[in-house]
Design a protein. Sequence first.
Length: 634
Amino acid sequence: MHDFPPLVHAYSDGAAGAPERGELFRHPDLRGPKRFLVWLLRQQWQVLAVACLVSMLEWLPGSVGPYVIGRVIDDGIRAGDSQTTVRLLLVLLGLVLLGVGAGVVYHTLVVRSWLIGMYGPMKLVTRKSTQLGSVLSRRSPTGEVLSVSASDSDEFGGLSQIVSEAVGAFIATLVIAGLVLTTSVPLGLLVLVAAPMIVLLVVPLFRPLQRREETERTRSSELTGLATDIVAGLRILRGIGGERTFGRNYAAQSDRTRQAGVSAGVWQAVVDSAGVLLSGLFLVLLVWLGTRSVLTGGLSVGELVSFAGYAVFMVWPVQSFFNFAQRWIRAIVSARKAVTLLSEDPPWQAGDPSLVLPGDGALVDERSGFVAEPGRLTALVSAVPEDSAALADRLGRYLPASRGAVGLDVDAALHGRALRRAREEQRERRRAVDREDQAVANGRLGVSLGGVDLGEVPVRAVRERVLVSDASSSTFAGTLQSVLDPHGRLSREQAEAAVHAAVAEDVYEALPGGWQGVVEERGRGLSGGQRQRLVLARALALEPDVLVLVEPTSAVDAHTEAEIGVRLRRARRGRTTVVVTASPLLLHQADAVALLHHGRVVETGTHEELLHGSAAYRRVVTRSAVDQWEASDV
């Protein structure tokens, strides 16, 4: 039985086929948060079944032990039968040893169950994020995605852990009720009725607790999103002096999160206190009734001691029921967000698999009139960077920039009709975004490669032919080799050639260990120019048929930029390359230059021709040249 690490095969293209050792987490049930939680538990039913069985054995000494102690008193000590006393004490010792052994095994199993319950959904979110790709940031805020992957997945693990404990507690309650019924029917019925009644009496407190926990989770997700944005834009914030402003914003959001946590904690304490109080009252009532039965001759002294033991022990099953109810409530809150995220689908349809996308044809955008001839280095210049970046996205069949992602859940401070209305409005906004994406992503795109429209072929075929790399592309944590060649396909000579073409030799030299040197997440240990050149080297190493580079040298100094232009032209000779830039040092190396104005190509030619013949081109390039003098590789 292979269950950890969990085998997650959802959101794959199916090329790998079924896993060799069983399928886990392949088709999540997204019809609602409760169905999703049940589905999660079913994924590890074997582990849970064994854990439930062992949990019953762990609870057994506590439920049967008082009965044995009562027999020791009545049949052994009071009867003066030392042989029976020793025999029953050995039985009691066996029960204790059984409980200890079962406890060790049980806690091993519940940790295993918790890890499966946590890492399974975490890998689901990771696979869904990979499947959505660039669409993810259009659909959901990054901070909320991180929250689902981390804290919400932990709640799923906690639910997996408490299920087997609650089952064991339930069986222990039935065992105690059966033992009490054989002694006293009224007291046995009291035990059977009291446990569910205590839980039902506290249930009204769960709703305000749930609302406050939802508020806390919402505030926490917002705080995570704010922290993610700050970390992503830290260099820019330092450049414009915005650290203090964002620091104050973070402190304010942190304070709101703290207040929400305190409010949830107060209600958590109320629920726990109510549980302890009611359990204590039940204990007192059971002992009092048992004492009266002894005085009237209905119970023996040993049976009274057994009843006292039952009453004390029953506090723990009742507490387990409370823990299960609270875990379930918190898991429902998390499942609602997870279902919303996992329900998102990529907007691209399958396309016509019979169409073959050539790699050596002209890249043409009908909307702007831009043409990149095959095998040539074409530069795209615009006074408005957003226009040229939008064209670059279109050339790679990416969706336009997002107007703002829709949150995974609404403000939990709302309740009742207002909460339901807000959730329905949110679902409608998500449907509207999905319809908009579907309309843009499918059908005729107006961008063709070798005469074949990119919108009519599978998006995977486009990704195999056309690569778009911009200045904001991320680098993951790992060795320099894994960052440059994540698929492990390059020879050492190919990797060195890519590093040389990007003028990134200093990155290799600066890292202790060379190719095995560690690059931190997002290249935090590198300067802006080094990180940018590493991204460029990674793009060049893939050797795509069509490479679209967006401002690949915006963070490097003039000398390095000039060298990159020379080496880039040499490395991409014979392949189609589009460079979005306004830098004269790169434009000088281009075979052709297109000037974009209001989303349309208004002039084309070489850099020298446009520099002498176009005033609009001169203004854009001259301004860029002035900026170049002020740039530094930091």
